[in-house]
Design a protein around this ligand. Structure first.
Ligand code: ADP
Length: 589
């Protein structure tokens, strides 16, 4: 028998106070007129999310983007300089800006240049990427999406008093967008002392429903369902689909007297255990005093065959340790299994040995149901959710995919890409070929070969590729792509499940001997500077999906090999009556 959970009386050190950095309504017109004269900073999508949380008090006691001292102590000790607990850095990184100097005011704007806030610059300081990667994310590995993303952030952090004029605009699900004050007020009307928060980046399956209902029964309180709708893990089901699924579930399967569905405009860091602490603090500010934590909370997807970044229960353990200080009790997610013979879920450790159980792994969901377009079974997903997922996750062969060929100049990227383009068309897929040399004649015209320009070129190609993929097309990109971290960013932009990195691994001496464009000779004569492989670096990919050998295999062989991989992943349908060789590769007659 489990004992009933006692009402939580934990109070965080700053009490229940929420900071307020919003300009009073009566002063807004005057401050807006003033702000329109100021130098502006356009915020990234991540910074806009952070600003929204700062503005609503969701990050209390933090009332600004962190300055150097706060940041350093948070990174190292999870404390602000005043000693208060705060587990996650929240900084505003920028490149050097000549118009910004200490004590000046600047206007913070969103991507559409809408004015959001005025910031008084009290600090402009460099910050240490490596320390953040190591202490906060526990790794320097650029396969961690945030470690890769941080390479793109500016070298300076800005900090100072904020005067928020308006919250970022959202046109979607407006009735579900509640500030902490509104959420607390709504929770108060439900009249329960205990509130358990739950968030998941997944569409909610039956197992999540079971888990949350059990937690609810245990605390005899209210369930606060707070799906993250800011930035989540690359490759996640988009938030529109997830929120539609949550809304359908909440309407049909939860008691409105003890459930509140509200969206969390949070930009996740995917920092696993540290992130769990941060989420707990945020949920607390929205009014929760319990937090139901799944295994692998806020962890990035490990690459195929890669080790996970965090151990599965590390987040639960860390939250347990800091629960008193945070004012939030940790409720561990207990593993549930489905018993088909009894048509119910049960905790795995209560199931007698030999009992028949059913489960579907995340990998199976992705590969089988999302890729093949099958409907998830009703024991696993409520039919309303399955219908919503089926609408937005068509079979893989109708989804977009990006094949990115990287390698030295002359390695054979364009030649292979041309063959692959034709093969994909032959197999019924629409294809766009983005060849680096061609892209430099229009989209990237005027860019040179400095590291910055090369990165810009690759990110531009990545942006276009991501759009094509989002709209269900296939895109082949052939570009030297000399920097690993930049290519990792592109993988994140496109979505890792839709990105196939192909390393055209032709050694320098072979490329140089081919020298089809005469560039190596010019570079050797010193007529061409910054030529990759000669006097500019090439960082060979560490974990490519496919490695091509162009010495022993023809372009046709190599293109077939990529096609085979695309068939394996479901992006291309196997022809109904193809002849097959013994390894399953469709034979070309
Ligand atoms: P990149 O796009 O990598 O700069 P290209 O495809 O433009 O390289 O040039 C590669 C050159 O190497 C072409 O002239 C091509 O005919 C030749 N080549 C020889 N063998 C191969 C192979 N197996 N795969 C691709 N290209 C090859």
């Amino acid at each position: 028998m489990r004992t009933r959970v006692q009402p939580a009386t934990l109070i965080p050190p700053y009490g229940d106070h929420l900071v307020n950095v919003c300009v009073p309504v009566e002063e807004r017109d005057a401050v807006t007129a003033y702000a329109n004269q100021l130098p502006s900073l356009q915020l990234s999508a991540r910074a806009v999310c952070d600003l929204e949380l700062l503005a609503t008090g969701a990050l209390s006691p933090l009332d600004r983007f962190m300055g150097h001292t706060d940041h350093q102590r948070v990174v190292e000790e999870m404390r602000l300089s005043c000693g208060m607990f705060f587990p996650m850095p929240v900084i505003l990184p920028v490149d050097a800006q000549p118009a910004f100097h200490l004590d000046c005011d600047i206007a913070l704007r969103d991507a559409e240049n809408r004015l959001l806030a005025v910031m008084t610059l009290e600090e402009i300081a460099p910050w240490d990427r490596r320390a953040v990667a190591q202490c906060v994310f526990g790794t320097l590995d650029s396969r961690h999406p945030l470690v890769a993303e941080m390479h793109r952030w500016g070298n300076l952090q800005l900090s100072g008093r904020l005067q928020v004029l308006q919250l970022p605009t959202h046109y979607d699900f407006q009735e579900l967008r509640l500030t902490p004050v509104q959420t607390r007020a709504h929770l108060a009307t439900l009249g329960q002392a205990n509130v358990v928060a739950f968030q998941t980046r997944h569409p909610m399956y039956r197992v999540h429903e079971e888990m949350t209902k059990r937690a609810l029964a245990e605390i005899r309180g209210t369930l606060l369902l707070q799906p993250v709708v800011g930035l989540t893990r690359p490759g996640d089901v988009d938030h529109y689909t997830r929120v539609r699924a949550y809304r359908a579930l909440a309407a049909r399967y939860y008691d409105p007297q003890c459930t509140l569905l509200a969206l969390l405009p949070l930009a996740m860091r995917l920092a696993g255990p540290r992130e769990a602490l941060w989420h707990a603090l945020i949920h607390r500010n929205y009014g929760a005093n319990y937090f139901l934590v799944e295994r692998d909370h806020a962890a990035p997807e490990p690459e195929a065959n890669g080790a996970p970044f965090y151990s599965p229960y590390a987040a639960q353990a860390l939250l347990q340790r800091y629960s008193t200080e945070l004012g939030v009790r940790m409720m561990p997610y207990r593993e549930l299994v489905y018993l088909p013979d009894e048509a119910r879920y049960e905790e795995a450790d209560r199931v007698p040995p030999g009992t028949r159980t059913a489960s579907i792994s995340s990998a199976q969901i992705r590969e089988h149901y999302f890729q093949q377009g099958e409907k998830l079974p009703s024991w696993f997903t409520r039919p309303e959710v399955a219908d919503i997922l089926a609408e937005t996750c068509p079979p893989r062969y109708h989804q977009g995919g990006c094949i990115w060929l990287t390698g030295l100049s002359g390695a054979g990227k364009s030649t292979t890409a041309e063959v692959l383009t034709v093969l994909l068309l032959e197999h019924g897929r629409q294809v766009t070929l983005l060849d680096g040399d061609v892209v430099r004649t229009h989209l990237s015209k005027g860019l040179g070969f400095s590291k910055e320009d090369r990165d810009t070129n690759i990110l531009r190609m990545g942006f276009v590729a991501a759009e094509i993929v989002r709209h269900g097309g296939m895109v082949i990109c052939a570009a030297v792509s000399p920097y690993r971290a930049t290519l990792q960013d592109v993988r994140t932009m496109v979505g890792p499940d839709h990105f196939i990195e192909v390393f055209v691994d032709t050694p320098l001496e072979i490329c140089e001997a081919r020298d089809t464009k005469g560039m190596y000779a010019r570079a050797r004569r010193g007529e061409l500077r910054h030529f990759t492989g000669i006097d500019d670096p090439y960082e060979a990919p560490e974990h490519p999906d496919i490695v091509l050998d162009t010495i022993h295999h023809t372009p046709q062989d190599n293109a077939q090999r990529i096609l085979h991989e695309l068939m394996q992943r479901g992006f291309v349908r196997r022809p109904a009556a193809s002849t097959r060789t013994s390894d399953g590769i469709a034979g070309c007659l």
